[in-house]
Design a protein around this ligand. Sequence first.
Ligand code: SIN
Ligand code: CO
Length: 381
Amino acid sequence: MLKLNPAAFSPEDFLQNYWQQRPLVIRQGLLHFADLISPDELAGLACEEEVESRLVYRQDGAWQAESGPFDSYERMGERDWTLIVQAVDHWSPDVAQLVPPFAFLPKWRFDDVMISYSTPGGGVGPHIDLYDVFICQGSGRRRWRVGAQGHHRQFAAHAALLHTEPFDAIIDVELLPGDILYIPPGFPHDGVTLETAMSFSVGYRSKSARDMLSGLADYVIDRELGNQLISDPQRPVHRQQGQIGAVDFARIRAQMQALLDDEQLVADFAGSFLSKSKCALDLQALDEPLSEADLLDCLQQQPLQRTGGLRCFYLDATLAQGVCYVAGERYAFGADCRAAVLALCDHDVLDIDLLHSALHQPQFISAVCDWVHQGYWYFAD
Ligand code: SIN
Ligand code: CO
């Protein structure tokens, strides 16, 4: 099992002093770290339609970026190019092993493991990200420069490549295998490869109020919620035709506020919305539905594994009702299933003991059969 090196990294110190505050170099954060996937396998994944990938390179000094899938890399030569593949944890259980070491952060904040393969001189250029990232150095060597947060002009170095102007470095290091560089959002950075390298970026996401409100709007529209119209019986005579008066404005705000004050609605929305995956999952659906007897039989023999990238959460606000949110859908199993819901969402591997308390609940078993049928969870053998 992959673990962060406790001699090099303390989660408590990190959360107090660095997370969302300032960048950090963690030398040998992963002891004896070896690539979790080969460059050939990574290149193969980038040939697949469902996998998100990019090639970034320089041609006659000009930056170029292309989106995958790619059918060959022969034209790329020996240097100055990078292949980036998104959400590799969805496709490779070995790569997914890099996620549990960061379990000191909640899974709903986690986004994906992005991997770059880069040749000498390669990199994506100086840029700013909107997310937190732990860049774990696999094979090879890269020089990373990180600048201070502040106003940095950004420009399109290519239609698909947002760069930032040159910056003074507050960190200027060479990352070696096993080293980790943490970069919070807003800090300009630039990684240039010195020796052909594999970088494993464990990325975190955060949503803006705009993202959440637009998601909430879709949620209430899809479920035909929030239909109540503004009501204003017994209004006084209005004098100024063009005016939306203070009392009316208060009504308008109260109407929207009532939706946001509905804890159940917002909890169900947040759980559903945040449990959606951004990138495709490698779902190995069964040909036939799984019967409840077969599920119990299989669970006696071996544990269930969660498919890489599947998002599955509960909220304190709705847990008492045995509610969980799986891949964008809400499930309510009742108070008796509370412990099983916790197990389902907190663990990647589920043995029969973890699920035991809910295995007599028809609704719960039937949902698990359905999830296994769809490939959300699977039996390894
Ligand atoms: C890379 O590995 O080159 C890109 C990682 C990043 O800067 O976000
Ligand atoms: Co970046």
